[in-house]
Design a protein around this ligand. Sequence first.
Ligand code: FES
Length: 146
Amino acid sequence: MPVTKHNYTNNEVTVVWKPDTCIHSRICWKGLLSVFNPAKRPWIDMGAEPTDRIIEQVKQCPSGALTYYLNKETGNEMPVQPETIAPVLGVEVQPDGPIIITTDCRIRHSNGDTETRQGKTALCRCGASANKPYCDGSHKTGHFKG
Ligand code: FES
């Protein structure tokens, strides 16, 4: 199953958005609405803030749906992970929400297909996601406690 990616750049940095990974935490647009505005199209405006401020906000993404790479370094996307997550564990259980795999991983789907995921992956723990095994933010209805 291919991963959908959308790239946005200001010629210094490229922000990569993976909508299937997004858990709709709203942290990006609450933290930097001038750049991440879901009411606009395109929803990411790379000209609205300096590169360092955009990178700072991308690092706050809890699911890994937003990552970035510096264009001068070209090549592979660099997943961003918070420094507070222990890299040895690689798994974080969010209260009333998904399980976050904080490292690269390989998912084997029920039909036998495998998929390699880079950076963070949010797995549904509530059972309500329409995009299983991934979290789609449906847990926010409040029906799931755990
Ligand atoms: S945990 Fe997020 S949709 Fe189920």
